[in-house]
Design a protein around this ligand. Structure first.
Ligand SMILES: C[S@@+](CC[C@H](N)C(=O)[O-])C[C@H]1O[C@@H](n2cnc3c(N)ncnc32)[C@H](O)[C@@H]1O
Length: 519
């Protein structure tokens, strides 16, 4: 699970945004020389401008308030906060801070040099943030600073988003197995590349927007990270190259073929861009290489959404595509307009919403799905699973993705009934057997039973009595064959019939992690 420091993202407090001065141009591109990066790192470390330092200064309540977008408690908490308080107010709360205080907090970097690098702007006799600069951490110990645009630029076409909900969702859904090479496609502020830098020998990041490329370059410089940064659309900058891991939070928001915001709109209609990416990605994976993406797909009247997404997959890939949520067209349009900071009652927003809803209606779109796509290049018989995630997913998906891939490998190696029957399996820790009953004249009468995972995705499988008994016997001691034979004897049923009934369910339960192979 990654976490980032909350803030008002600047520009919203009354103090911010007044006056003119050095670095005033809100579209200025950051350009951080090695010397500036070095001096800024020294200053930020000296004052403790890190996730822990900011949390400690704010305290739990003010931190939580800031996460909810309420800055006043944070202003109070930082009033006696010394140099760290100055930086938190200026960089996270959007305040103008006096020249002398900023100079002291940023030393050895001067405010004038920070402004020349595009980070600050002169406002009256003080300084304000020209970019969003905040600490960001991962629970594997990764800790960085991320540069992105202020909210004041939210409605600019080339707005570079900071570490948002989708960024964190992808970061926590990415397997963190050590690898040689990683590609972060559509790097934006660089957040996925930062996370990948902990697991890879070499990281490549691409983007199509000059402003995003400048932002990512500045983020990497500030963190003293050597990331190869390439300019160009989709996979063009890495033509002919392969990677062990590709991560992408692409502009996946389905709508008409236009670009209002580069971070959000692909310029292709509906989910066409995602379909093209899924088709093309696997040839950029090393054998066994994995791609982890976020994406959205259309639910079109008369069409099965899993079939639609399945049809995008090329040969030779294992694929696990999980839908986390669906939204109706109105909620889809409203959500993304709100995300862009539009006043939904303005004439401009209403015109845009109208055109968007008309387009969705013309395409017979009934809903829009959002979820995760995991692809792995394989030489074996591919496994393709397209399914809905259970509702109550609270844990990060990355470890589950890694074990899903391992489980698929294991199932492939045990594809024959004999191989599976020879295996020893045990129930995953915490699996529960739930029995349910309906009320009748005679009281409760049992209506069925299911086994369910208690950790990670709460996959749930209906079971009958023999299946429940078989699972109870899965303690890793006996091969499945012996358990089935014992069960056949106990229930007076033919072994072949039990094998035919049990094995497909056992395979599904292994794939969903309810049953674990015992070596
Ligand atoms: C949703 S943002 C993701 C930013 C960042 N990777 C994250 O996880 O927060 C999508 C990024 O893709 C970039 N982008 C848009 N169209 C692109 C294209 N055709 N090829 C490559 N990148 C593109 C945008 O500039 C933006 O930085």
């Amino acid at each position: 699970m990654a976490f980032t420091t909350p803030g008002t993202r600047g520009g919203r407090t009354p103090a911010a945004g007044r006056g003119r001065g050095v670095g005033e141009d809100r579209g200025v591109l950051p350009e951080i020389s090695p010397a500036t990066a070095d001096a800024l790192r020294t200053a930020l470390d000296r004052v403790g401008y890190r996730t822990d330092g900011v949390r400690a200064l704010l305290g739990r309540d003010a931190h939580a308030a800031l996460t909810r977008g309420e800055p006043e408690p944070a202003f109070r908490a930082t009033a006696d906060g010394g140099a760290l308080g100055v930086l938190v107010r200026m960089l996270l709360l959007g305040a103008v801070e006096p020249d002398a205080a900023v100079a002291a907090a940023l030393a050895p970097l001067t405010p004038v040099d920070a402004a020349a690098a595009g980070l600050l702007r002169r406002t009256g006799d003080g300084w304000a943030a020209a970019l969003d600069l905040r600490p960001h951490g991962a629970d594997d110990g990764g800790e960085w600073w991320v540069l992105s645009d202020l909210d004041a630029r939210r409605q600019e076409r080339d707005h570079v988003t900071g570490v948002g909900g989708a960024s964190l969702t992808l970061a926590s859904a990415t397997p963190r197995t050590p690898v040689g090479t990683v590609l972060d496609l559509g790097t934006g502020c660089g957040v996925q590349a930062l996370h990948a830098s902990r697991q890879a020998r070499a990281v490549t990041a691409t983007d199509v927007a000059p402003r995003a490329l400048a932002m990512a370059r500045a983020t990497f410089a500030l963190n003293d990270l050597d990331v190869e940064l390439l300019d160009g659309p989709w996979l063009a900058p890495v033509a002919g190259r392969r990677f062990d891991l590709i991560v992408s939070n692409p502009p996946f928001v389905p709508g008409p073929a236009r670009v209002d915001y580069v971070y959000r709109d692909s310029g292709q209609a509906g989910d066409d861009a995602l379909a093209a990416l899924v088709r093309a990605l696997p040839e950029h994976l090393e054998p066994g290489g994995v791609a982890q993406l976020l994406g959205s797909w259309l639910h079109v009247r008369g069409e099965d959404w899993p079939d639609r997404v399945r049809s995008w997959l090329p040969e030779g890939v294992d694929a696990w595509i999980v839908q986390r949520e669906t939204t109706d067209p109105a909620l889809h349009v409203g959500t993304w307009q709100r995300d862009a900071g539009l006043d939904l009652h303005s004439a401009e927003a209403r015109t845009q919403a109208g055109a968007w809803l008309d387009w969705l209606a013309a395409q017979k779109v009934e809903a829009v799905g959002f979820g995760f796509l995991t692809l792995r290049r394989t030489t074996g018989t591919p496994t393709v699973v397209v399914e809905d995630l259970p509702d109550d997913l609270t844990d990060p998906l990355g470890t589950e993705v890694a074990s899903w891939l391992d489980r698929v490998d294991w199932l492939r190696a045990h594809a024959t009934d004999d191989a599976l029957l020879d295996a020893r399996l045990r129930l995953t820790n915490g699996v529960l057997l739930e029995r349910y009953a309906t009320a009748g004249d005679e009281g409760w009468s049992e209506a069925g039973a299911a086994v369910a995972r208690a950790e990670g995705p709460r996959w749930r499988h209906e079971v009958d009595e023999p299946a429940a008994a078989l699972l109870a016997g899965c303690r890793g001691a006996l091969p499945l064959r012996e358990l089935v034979e014992l069960l056949a004897f106990a229930h007076d049923r033919p072994v072949d019939a039990l094998v035919a009934a049990a094995l497909p369910a056992v395979r599904e339960m292994v794939r969903h992690g309810l049953l674990v192979p015992v070596p």
